[in-house]
Write a protein that binds this ligand. Sequence first.
Ligand code: G3P
Length: 221
Amino acid sequence: MKIFLDTANLESIKKFNDMGLLDGITTNPSLLSKEKGNPKDAMEEITKIIKGDVSLEVVSTEYSGMMEEGKRLREYGDNVVVKVPMTPDGLKACKSLSSEGIPVNVTLIFSPNQALLAAKSGAKYVSPFIGRLDDIGEDGMHLIKEIKEIFSNYNFGTEILVASIRHPVHVIDAAKIGADVVTLPPAVLDKMMKHPLTKIGLENFLADWEKLKAGNPDIKI
Ligand code: G3P
């Protein structure tokens, strides 16, 4: 399973990229609006820092605008994946951009039929938003299961990019289903690394080592 970071925050991107944990980045206008400075500079820098796919989103709502913006976004780097919304114009732009060799991520997917249509339109990724479904009392993870089953039935090459992840259990469930990618807020990736027993265990090891050293001052690992 690939791990993407869902942020436009350069500090977090550098931190987790330096750890070797990141396969890509997803951004959207809301995430860009949380950061200071020029969003164009941020988008350009992200595409340079990250070797894997970087999703950058169009803001036009009609086909020709999406095509223009998609091509402009793609100038930031060969790793740019153009993110379009799940609308009729978005699907049309997905089909055209994909036929021109520009990879597309269809975002704001909330139903299996939307995912099916995006796959048929040549999307490299579909982004189902599971947290937002949970928020309204629906089962976000059930959507991932349904999309997985449909894509497997027809051998679609489109990857399931699980988005709107809110906590580490979402990641475990997505991995059990076999989703291709999870895109994580930095806080969720941080939490995935931690366990109280790891912390306590390490403290105990170090305390015991200090005791051992007290009797053998020259000892080294
Ligand atoms: O990648 C989509 C994601 O940013 C949406 O997350 O938490 O705003 O539903 P959220």
